[in-house]
Write a protein that binds this ligand. Structure first.
Ligand SMILES: NC(=O)N[C@H]1NC(=O)NC1=O
Length: 174
């Protein structure tokens, strides 16, 4: 789909198509629909990012809290969203050894106990080694810095999900 077609979508369809660009946050998509017409994919993405940035800190933490744990219960029980499952698989998180699964689970729990939200990272821009390393390093961050860092990762995930849904302008001209 190109951005011109996106601008013609009724909001029900818009939310169906883009409702999970921010994991389990269709409300963001529904709110951003009223900012049409978007001049480009980058403009749509900027509208989503502006909405997120305008939220109070509790709202940003809410976005983080609806994210599934990496390699957590949802991956094992098959209850992840399609997008999240594909991203975790692409990062190789379905091939962890038993020792790596235990390490990830222990660090995820430590992180959640410490910050009050789950560890979020753009899996597709990482692999299992960098994810484990980042989890250990970010645990040492101060809370405000860590929240901002996690929200930046949400935006990276959103960027890649949008790229999979809208044809970038340069390709339209081919
Ligand atoms: N917890 C977490 O980072 N989850 C997310 N990361 C990602 O790339 N997709 C997700 O669902």
């Amino acid at each position: 789909m190109d951005i011109g077609s996106v601008n013609y979508l009724p909001y029900e369809v818009f939310v169906d198509v883009f409702g999970n660009v921010v994991e389990k946050c269709p409300l963001i998509t529904a709110a951003v629909w009223s900012r049409r017409p978007f001049s480009s994919l980058a403009d749509l993405e900027a509208s989503i990012n502006d909405f997120i940035d305008a939220l109070p800190e509790s709202g940003k933490e809410g976005i983080l809290r609806v994210h599934p744990d990496l390699t957590g219960r949802d991956l094992q029980s098959g209850t992840l969203t399609r997008e999240s499952r594909e991203e975790q698989v692409q990062a190789g998180l379905d091939t962890l050894t038993t020792a790596e699964v235990s390490r990830m689970a222990r660090l995820n729990t430590e992180y959640k106990d410490h910050f009050g939200f789950p560890f979020v990272i753009c899996a597709r821009m990482n692999n299992k080694a960098t994810i484990l390393r980042q989890l250990e390093e970010r645990l040492r961050n101060e809370r405000t810095i860590e929240r901002a860092c996690a929200i930046d990762e949400v935006k990276k995930i959103c960027h890649l999900r949008l790229q999979g849904l809208v044809v970038p302008e340069t390709s339209n001209k081919l």
